[in-house]
Design a protein around this ligand. Structure first.
Ligand SMILES: Nc1nc2c(ncn2[C@@H]2O[C@H](COP(=O)(O)OP(=O)(O)OP(=O)(O)O)[C@@H](O)[C@H]2O)c(=O)[nH]1
Ligand SMILES: [Mg+2]
Length: 718
């Protein structure tokens, strides 16, 4: 294979809702690029893109798959992505290394939620977008309504470059407004004929052409002048103006396609080579915000955007050359650990096909193997250069589950399998929660979790179960309370003696600490001799006040008293959850000249704290999440009534490009498998994000149930 110069590379992410036909279209691109001489199908499980066993079983893309085609003396790298937003992490990684996108829209459906979601990402990342109206050969295809939905979603950005002469089984070509020609396809292998536009379509084509020309002219002053002088522009000039609008993200050119019948593929590829930006238009930034120029003569720098375990190859790392030239056997430095690593082999990638090359220039995408320390999101540099490319930012999880091996002995191996799942898809997060005593797996959705489980079982031979994840409740108090406790033990030898009197009050933001209390039948105005505040690692805080006067307890025992209280805070008296937001005053106590020691005061403080806690109207607190749900208008009623059953508080509603956006606060306890329910309520047309907001007290009915559950659990364990 040739070495392609930066200017002759196009990196394009292939986007679209689930089943819009991305993988099938990618197959046609590979065919037109002569990478393959026969096209596979998703059904026959032999496409070049969906080449992993798990993708073939599920008949859908799960990973971002880079593919290339050598075409018109350029290298076209396209990255096929999954359409289900459980795998949005792959889409985000693909965006990172691509400079423009092709969004496929299924002409039988029009805009779907995936179109909307990935369209938003394209806008956020400022990547120009081409819209391919696909599956026009399908009986249910509808060009007009698909176009309407595109305008509803993207406003006046979609600009028709081609329109079909017929849709459904008769779809065999289209009128191309840029070329002012009709393209007719004679077979299902992309063989095309360019013809004059027939009379019946002439006036439509001409009026569209003049609108397009004017729109192209509007993007550039010189073009505008030319347009006014001549009343027309050459194809080259229209391309130029179109390109300016396209690059600014103001024009989304619309194309006609049938990926399955290879209609329109090649024409779209030509357009991409003509119009889409080469990688030097889109320089990366370092973590410090410095621009890294995509210059083949600069220092070598490569960024890893994907990791995958592959048969026969082991761990494969996919990279983009961000700057300079990468050569076979080149030594690079991993700035994270200053270690040197040799890039032993470089491959150009077309899914499972890997072609060994000797070098790659800035902007190109490839993969390598046998690296010791490389991970997704790392940068490797030529020695002397320590630029670190800003990492890919992955979304917050919105699905939680606990996972447990059927057999205890598999615990360690399960950890290994889950670490691999995280390496391959960084939106899969794994945490062993000491507090909940569960391995919590979180990510984007149930389907994604099932894929993790499949890998655990298939690759590691571990049988594992998903369990409902426990909720990290917190405990706190709502009123002042006091207690005293004497710990005394005399059993021959040295005895133990410690007595602690303490008072606790809730810490409430904005409410000052109390100054006068009523305890043990008298008024107490604490004289604070020492005050300390502690932020708790599980959220919230606690304060400790030593108010002991007259030497009742030696200051030397205060650390033991704090320790005792802290032990009880770690295991809340109500349900064993962590306690928080409590202010403690130790105001009296007793010592014994011989028997008092550390352990005595730890135990006295623990018990006094526990007693006081029980009398302080304790409450259980639960984590509350902010949800933002994007729903098609007609499903709004169902989504709302479901939310009401989840103790949700609706905070706002707005409409955005044909969808309703609902904001709500919902307790985590009510969100188990929410994404699955939402999907079934809306036939997969809604999506949402969730973010931790705060801890709030649970309603009393919920508290009663939790106390009962805890009691039952305790007696079971006894
Ligand atoms: N009629 C028709 N069917 C198509 C076309 N393209 C794809 N399909 C069918 O649509 C289904 C989905 O195709 P894929 O290529 O897997 O779609 P995808 O967008 O890659 O789907 P995900 O990877 O799941 O997001 C398959 O059954 C294809 O055969 C097309 O142009 N015309
Ligand atoms: Mg696919």
């Amino acid at each position: 294979m040739n070495t392609y110069s930066t200017k002759n590379i196009r990196n394009v992410v292939l986007l679209g809702s689930s089943k819009s036909g991305k993988t099938t279209f990618a197959e046609a691109v590979m065919y037109e690029g002569k990478v393959i001489d026969r096209r596979g199908t998703v059904e026959a499980k032999n496409t070049i893109s969906d080449n992993t066993e798990v993708e073939q079983i599920n008949q859908r893309s799960i990973y971002a798959t880079p593919l290339y085609a050598e075409f018109m003396e350029n290298k076209l790298n396209i990255v096929d992505t999954p359409g289900v937003d459980d795998f949005v992490g792959s889409v985000i990684s693909a965006f990172k290394v691509c400079d423009s996108g092709i969004m496929l829209v299924n002409a039988t459906q029009g805009v779907e939620v995936g179109t909307e979601i990935f369209g938003r990402y394209a806008e956020d990342y400022k990547k120009p977008l081409i819209l391919g109206v696909n599956q026009l050969d399908s009986d249910k295809a509808n060009w007009d309504s698909t176009l309407d939905s595109l305008h509803q979603t993207f406003g006046n950005k979609p600009v028709v470059i081609q329109f079909p002469t017929a849709v459904g089984s008769g779809f065999n070509g289209f009128i191309d407004i840029l070329k002012m020609k009709m393209f007719v396809f004679k077979d299902e292998n992309g063989t095309r004929e360019e013809k004059d536009i027939p009379d019946e379509f002439k006036s439509q084509a001409e009026s569209m052409k003049s609108a397009l020309t004017e729109m192209a002219a509007e993007n550039d002053e010189a073009l505008m002048e030319k347009f006014f002088a001549d009343g027309d522009l050459s194809e080259e000039d229209v391309n130029k103006g179109l390109r300016i609008g396209f690059m600014k993200g103001e024009i989304y050119p619309v194309f006609c396609l049938s990926g399955k019948k290879d209609i329109g593929t090649k024409r779209l590829m030509e357009f991409v080579i003509d119009i889409a930006p080469s990688p030097d238009h889109n320089p990366e930034k370092t973590v410090e915000g410095k621009e890294v120029s995509c210059d083949p003569n600069g220092p070598t720098s490569i960024f890893f955007f994907k990791t995958n375990m592959e048969q026969h190859l082991g761990e494969v790392l996919y990279f983009k050359v961000e700057s300079g030239k990468l050569s076979e056997a080149q030594d690079l430095i991993n700035p994270n650990n200053e270690s040197k690593e040799r890039i032993s082999a470089i491959y150009a990638v077309a899914g499972k096909l890997k072609t060994k090359v000797s070098e790659m220039l800035a902007g190109d995408i490839g993969c390598t193997v046998k690296l010791k320390s490389a991970k997704t999101n790392q940068t490797f540099n030529q020695s002397g250069d320590d630029d670190v490319i800003a990492p890919i930012v992955f979304p917050q999880p919105r699905y939680r589950t606990a996972i447990k091996p059927k057999e205890e002995k598999d615990n360690e191996k399960l950890g290994e399998a889950l670490a691999k799942a995280n390496a391959e898809d960084p939106t899969v997060m794994v945490e062993y929660s000491k507090e909940l005593k569960q391995t919590i797996l979180s990510g984007q959705g149930e389907l994604q979790m099932n894929i993790v489980k499949w890998h655990v079982n298939h690759d590691y031979n571990i049988e594992a179960d998903f369990l409902a994840p426990k909720i990290p409740y917190r405990e706190t108090i709502t009123r002042v309370s006091s207690a005293s406790y004497r710990h005394k033990k005399q059993s021959g030898g040295a005895g133990q003696f410690g007595e602690v009197h303490l008072l606790i009050e809730p810490i409430v933001e904005g409410v000052p600490a109390g100054t006068r209390f009523h305890v043990e039948g008298r008024d107490l105005v604490p004289t604070i001799k020492a005050h300390e505040e502690f932020q708790l690692e599980w959220g919230g805080k606690w304060e400790f006040n030593n108010c002991v006067v007259g030497g009742a307890i030696d200051a030397g025992f205060m650390p033991a008293i704090k320790k005792g209280i802290m032990q009880k805070m770690e295991e809340g008296p109500l349900t064993g959850s962590y306690a928080r937001d409590i202010r403690v005053y130790v105001y009296d106590g007793k010592m014994h000249p011989v028997d008092s020691n550390e352990i005595s005061f730890i135990l006295a403080a623990r018990n006094a704290f526990k007693e006081a806690f029980k009398g302080a109207a304790p409450k259980i607190m639960e984590p509350i999440y902010d949800l933002e749900i994007m729903v098609p208008g007609e499903c709004m009623g169902d989504v709302m009534s479901d939310l009401q059953n989840r103790r949700a508080i609706i905070e706002g509603m707005s409409s955005e490009r044909g969808f309703q956006v609902l904001k709500a606060r919902v307790p985590l306890a009510e969100l188990y498998k929410y994404s699955t329910t939402l999907s079934s309520l809306t036939s997969g047309r809604a999506t949402f994000t969730m973010k931790f907001a705060e801890y709030q007290q649970v309603p009393s009915t919920v508290q009663d149930q939790l106390l009962k559950d805890y009691e039952a659990e305790q007696s079971e364990e006894e």
